[in-house]
Design a protein around this ligand. Structure first.
Ligand code: URA
Length: 243
């Protein structure tokens, strides 16, 4: 058994969840070329035409470089005035799995990367338990800037920021989105339905299959629900493998 596998089993034991043997070598990352990688996804070209230099055009047509630059300097909502920096997203741009949280916290705001605080460490453990490294999947948030004092995201902030996430999803074309927590689920699905009711369902976000689960920060407070998250991740895997 290689060291990575030993570590995965140690994490599994620590989380109180059974070993998951993946049926394919890696379901987290696409292995084929970008042109052929998105079987089952939209049939149109995955990449937009390159914009002319200096004029990035609409967000919905941007490539990664322009999108990153526009997010970095975004002033669409008031959060730009309190952020240290924007938190764009991290991981494989060809990932099959996309994890979407609510918004950066204090540590993420400091480091410029999503899920690097305590909740992020638990997310890493969950990923490892599934056989993935953090860089195999893509991790982003609904909001790219930290709401002050970790307050809940406001509807106007979600409205202004969502086109960035939508474009990231179009560019990645993941097989499944896992919405982490109530706020991410409500923002994306435009519903107020209780998380407990949204769990366990095959949902969809702009045509991409989506599954909802508890936020890692919630799990830190309610470790007894780790088992439910494991069930949700198994559902997400089934959704992905059934495509
Ligand atoms: N919580 C989130 O929803 N996102 C992060 O990036 C960190 C904590």
């Amino acid at each position: 058994m290689n060291p990575q596998e030993i570590r995965r089993r140690q994490y599994l034991a620590a989380m109180g969840i059974p070993v998951w043997e993946s049926r394919t070598p890696s379901v987290a990352t696409q292995v084929s070329s970008p042109q052929t990688a998105n079987a089952g996804g939209p049939t149109e070209s995955p990449m937009p035409p390159a914009p002319s230099p200096g004029t990035p055009g609409p967000v919905s047509a941007m490539g990664w470089e322009d999108l990153e630059q526009v997010v970095r300097t975004c002033r669409r909502c008031g959060l730009h005035s309190t952020r240290t920096q924007t938190v764009f997203g991290t991981g494989s741009r060809r990932a099959r799995w996309l994890f979407v949280g609510e918004a950066p916290g204090a540590e993420e705001d400091r480091q410029g990367e999503p899920f690097v605080g305590r909740a992020g460490q638990l997310l890493n453990a969950m990923l490892l338990a599934m056989g993935f490294k953090r860089e195999d999947v893509y991790i982003a948030n609904v909001l790219k800037c930290r709401p002050p004092n970790n307050r809940d995201p406001q509807a106007e902030e979600v409205l202004q920021c969502e086109p960035y996430l939508l474009r990231q999803i179009e560019l990645i074309d993941p097989g499944v989105i896992v919405a982490l927590g109530r706020h991410a689920a409500h923002s994306l699905l435009k519903t107020e339905m209780a998380l407990g009711k949204l769990r366990g369902q095959r949902l969809s976000y702009h045509g991409t299959p989506m599954v909802v689960t508890y936020h890692p920060a919630y799990l830190l407070r309610n470790p007894v629900d780790k088992r439910k998250v494991w069930d949700d991740l198994c559902l997400a895997r089934d959704v992905l493998e059934s495509q």
